[in-house]
Design a protein around this ligand. Structure first.
Ligand SMILES: Nc1ncnc2c1ncn2[C@@H]1O[C@H](COP(=O)(O)OP(=O)(O)OP(=O)(O)O)[C@@H](O)[C@H]1O
Length: 311
């Protein structure tokens, strides 16, 4: 089946290259922490309806870039358009309402709430919370019904419906990863940004998560994900963007990227010689062996304090 990611065939593998139908266009996005220039990005376009992987060594600025785009971290400068709408300086909940939503490297479930309540909390536009809307209970009742139906359907889709009334704290790390993806979809986004969705999950669940990502893409959602596992990146991506020192140093198809000398130098490891798609690093991780490896966040990839909710 044709998906919009295939529109990328023939796009030149050049950093900052224009895309046939970009859903996101970001320009001059910069963010420094003290003396560290975490993000120093000139231009990046994300193709609508494709799966784009964001790779790069530890500390390359991937998560900070996600944070800036989604309103979780104020950039020092920069502008970006999503579906033609400028989103810079908007807080996270407004970015989510605009249709762009992210998940976190460490899952952010509220462990003392049920799985279903965690899902419902992730729905934006809680009309009942506004004073005027509360005067017209019909409008929020309708919305609550919609949210409940959506939450039940998503839990079913991700195979965790049997957990709906359990405390989220009782879920395994893998189940939490599934819930994290399901929660993001409560906002009914047009683009989902997944920060290391596979970290700390077992191989069977990786396959299940990959299947969900493909399905979402085939249904028209744009997927951007940060990943260290090059097997996963090569397997699923329509396009790969490599960051180093906050800059886009290369982008292209998985094949282009696996052969790109700048990517091999900065990330895949020049010491290992040329890396082709057939000889890619196994199990992946950053080449220096730091972080990002399956299990690097603890066996279940869970957040030790589970203290926060997503937008
Ligand atoms: N809140 C912060 N305060 C100070 N420095 C920060 C902060 N957040 C990130 N940094 C620094 O900014 C740089 C980019 O970090 P970031 O987490 O965005 O990289 P990354 O590519 O996502 O790394 P990883 O693959 O390890 O998750 C790093 O040098 C990091 O130490």
């Amino acid at each position: 089946m044709q998906n919009d990611g295939q529109l990328l065939t023939g796009v030149a593998p050049e950093a900052g290259v224009g895309k046939p139908d970009p859903i996101l266009v970001a320009t001059d996005v910069r963010k420094a922490f003290g003396g560290i220039q975490a993000v120093d990005l000139d231009h990046l376009e994300v193709q609508r309806g494709g799966i784009t992987a964001l790779i790069g060594p530890n500390g390359a600025g991937k998560s900070t870039f996600f944070n800036c785009l989604t309103g979780f971290e104020p950039p020092d400068s920069g502008r970006w358009h999503f579906e033609g709408q400028p989103l810079q300086r908007l807080p996270a909940h407004k970015v989510a309402r605009a249709g762009m939503i992210r998940t976190f490297q460490l899952t952010k479930a509220l462990s003392k709430l049920s799985v279903l309540d965690n899902m419902l909390l992730a729905a934006p536009n809680q009309k009942g919370e506004h004073f005027l809307a509360s005067l017209y209970p019909g409008s929020w009742r309708k919305q609550e019904q919609h949210n409940r139906g959506l939450a039940e359907a998503l839990l079913e889709r991700f195979g965790i419906a049997h957990m709906r009334d359990e405390y989220a704290g009782t879920m395994s790390g893998g189940q939490r990863k599934l819930m994290e993806m399901a929660r993001a979809l409560m906002a009914e986004p047009r683009m989902i940004m997944l920060d290391e969705p596979m970290s700390g999950v077992n191989p069977a669940l990786v396959q299940s998560l990959l299947g969900h990502m493909r399905e979402l893409r085939d249904e028209g959602l744009t997927v951007v994900f940060v990943e260290h596992d090059m097997d996963v990146v090569m397997d699923i991506s329509d396009w790969v963007v490599c960051l180093a020192d906050g800059r886009v140093i290369a982008e292209g198809s998985p094949d282009d990227i696996s052969r790109n000398p700048a990517v091999i130098d900065a990330y895949l490891g020049a010491a290992h010689g040329d890396v082709t798609a057939d000889e890619k690093p196994q199990g992946a991780n950053a080449p220096d062996g730091e972080g990002g490896a399956p299990g690097a966040n603890g066996e279940d990839g869970s957040d030790p304090d589970h203290g926060e909710s997503t937008a």
